[in-house]
Design a protein around this ligand. Structure first.
Ligand SMILES: Cc1cc2nc3c(=O)[nH]c(=O)nc-3n(C[C@H](O)[C@H](O)[C@H](O)COP(=O)(O)OP(=O)(O)OC[C@H]3O[C@@H](n4cnc5c(N)ncnc54)[C@H](O)[C@@H]3O)c2cc1C
Ligand SMILES: *[C@@H]1O[C@H](CO)[C@@H](O)[C@H](O)[C@H]1NC(C)=O
Ligand SMILES: *[C@@H]1O[C@H](CO)[C@@H](O)[C@H](O)[C@H]1NC(C)=O
Ligand SMILES: *[C@@H]1O[C@H](CO)[C@@H](O)[C@H](O)[C@H]1NC(C)=O
Length: 462
């Protein structure tokens, strides 16, 4: 019982959907399609969920003509207001599903609103699988690509790096189809924050379906910091969960295997324990001052367990299984791979010296460089340091983001576009040398700036 509990605990420490506003809730329930009515634009709180390309284009044409702002909306799983519109939303809720499978090339084409878990199902039906996946799979493929969503494995880039073709509806209602050989536009559109257009169709490079063997070891924090390159190089996918109160570092190493799935927790028990864990998380979030002690205890018990081993389908191993709703916030910074342990040490030193709130784990992941202008991975391999916080107030969220952002800036740390976010356009320009070129492309594709919102104006100056 205890071991099963901890098994599940070790995979479910966190992760909830923080819905940015009621808008996303609304979208998740399937908003009304009322795009035939001009009056729709008078209600600033309206979400439209067109189900055809023509309807999406029609909405954009009308918005442009009537001087409205539009934000594309995926599943609302971002920790910032990038998807928020004070005018209208175009939700991709009704624009999802499989378009095509090319089994020879192992490529799959889906509509922009397709959830990652749906994508996994389609792929698996045709004997294919995505090479990487993020921790949860409820995001839309369009939203995931727009923010540079990634998994962990230094040999693999973010989801955007698996895109072979992209269809966008620009701010003038034009349909743009980009292939990898359209280098300039493709590099701009690979991670585009929903500015270059609404992503309506994506073709992704998959591979043959595969199983994964995962092994979890718990080491000392110092061991992880000293040896991270050896550890990361040792397996195909590697991530760390650091519990800094006990200076413990849980290392997840994962390789492809021909073995069949085994060591899955029994279903009804796993459901019950997931609920128990959810209660723990809820408790920590309501009483954040207990979280440090609570996390330490939970890790201590996880630590006395023998190493955990399991084999399963790739799409069950790469995301966190037994996803539970929990009330937490994440700030995530991508620092150069070579600076990984220095950056983490600095973060922990400042936490101790200044008592800046941190009461969850630090998750560390590794992502290969790419060529997308606004990608965290632009022209460098990265170590992603994610600082999780149990139920902070707005005040603490700002304080902890600003504090740790200043620390990682020393290393050129780039904040994740889908997490807590703030920066000045000057900083953005330093972090992303191609920002001006991106803005140039943006102005061409969206001359009336219908896709801009407050956050994007303040951080990019678009
Ligand atoms: C619990 C949790 C776990 C997470 N785990 C990871 C992780 O492991 N790795 C990681 O990298 N990230 C992770 N994230 C971040 C998440 O993947 C991103 O925030 C992603 O953008 C969410 O997708 P979405 O469909 O909800 O997009 P939304 O939040 O709805 O939108 C995000 C941005 O994309 C734009 N957008 C949405 N759809 C489109 C479209 N079709 N065309 C153009 N622009 C669009 C929106 O306007 C907005 O700017 C996690 C988030 C949560 C809440
Ligand atoms: C979230 O993903 C799970 C599969 O991982 C799925 O069963 C569930 O329905 C999804 N929820 C939403 C709101 O899409
Ligand atoms: C890109 O490749 C496609 C064929 O896949 C071709 O039709 C197109 O002209 C090429 N575009 C450029 C810019 O080279
Ligand atoms: C993955 O494979 C490498 C090389 O074959 C090996 O050293 C490592 O221990 C493996 N990791 C796991 C989790 O099996």
């Amino acid at each position: 019982m205890l071991s099963c509990f901890l098994w599940i605990f070790s995979f479910t420490i966190s992760f909830t959907a923080y819905s940015i506003s009621q808008m996303s809730q609304h979208a998740a329930n399937g908003p009304p399609i009322t795009n035939t009515d001009d009056a729709i634009f008078y209600d600033p709180e309206r979400v439209f969920a067109p189900s055809s390309l023509d309807d999406i284009r029609g909405l954009i044409h009308k918005a442009r003509k009537n001087g409205h702002k539009v934000r594309p909306l995926g599943s609302g799983h971002s920790w910032n207001t990038m998807a928020v519109s004070d005018d209208i939303y175009i939700s991709l809720y009704n624009y999802r599903g499989l378009v095509n499978v090319d089994t020879d090339r192992k490529q799959i084409t889906v509509r922009g609103g397709t959830r990652l878990w749906e994508l996994n199902r389609y792929a698996s039906k045709y004997g294919l699988a995505m090479t990487i996946l993020p921790s949860i799979t409820n995001q839309t493929i369009g939203g995931a690509i727009a923010t540079g969503t990634h998994g962990s494995g230094i040999k693999y880039g973010s989801l955007s790096s698996f895109v072979v073709e992209l269809e966008l509806i620009t701010g003038t209602g034009k349909i743009l189809t980009l292939k990898r050989n359209d280098t300039r536009l493709f590099d701009a559109a690979g991670v585009s924050l929903g500015l270059l257009g609404i992503i309506t169709k994506v073709t992704l490079q998959c591979e043959e379906a595969f199983n994964l063997l995962e092994v979890r070891h718990t080491y000392s924090l110092q061991h992880c910091l000293d040896q991270y390159k050896d550890i990361v190089g040792s397996s195909q996918y590697v991530k760390f969960w650091i519990e800094f109160n006990s200076k413990a570092c849980a290392v997840y190493t994962v390789n492809r295997t021909t073995e069949e799935p085994r060591n899955r927790p029994p279903q009804p028990l796993s459901d019950i324990l997931t609920v128990i864990l959810e209660l723990f998380q809820l408790f920590f979030s309501v009483f954040p001052s207990t979280a440090n002690t609570g996390m330490k205890l939970l890790f201590k018990y996880a630590d006395v367990l023998p190493n955990q081993i399991r084999t399963d389908y790739s799409f069950n191993v790469l995301p966190i299984p037994n996803y539970i709703d929990e009330y937490h916030t994440e700030a995530e910074f991508a620092v150069p791979y070579d600076d990984c342990s220095r950056a983490i040490s600095d973060v922990l030193r400042v936490k101790d010296e200044h008592n800046i709130p941190l009461n969850h784990i630090i998750e560390v992941r590794f992502v290969k460089g790419d060529s997308f202008w606004l990608s965290n991975e632009y022209q460098r391999d990265n170590c992603h340091v994610t600082l999780l916080l149990h139920n902070p107030s707005d005040y603490y969220t700002r304080l902890y983001f600003n504090t740790y952002y200043q620390i990682v800036l020393k290393y050129g740390g780039r904040p994740h576009w889908g997490k807590v976010l703030a920066m000045s356009p000057d900083e953005a320009r330093r972090l992303y040398p191609k920002l001006d070129e991106f803005i140039e492309v943006y102005r061409k594709l969206d001359p009336d700036r219908i896709f801009a919102n407050d956050l994007l104006e303040s951080i990019l100056g678009v």
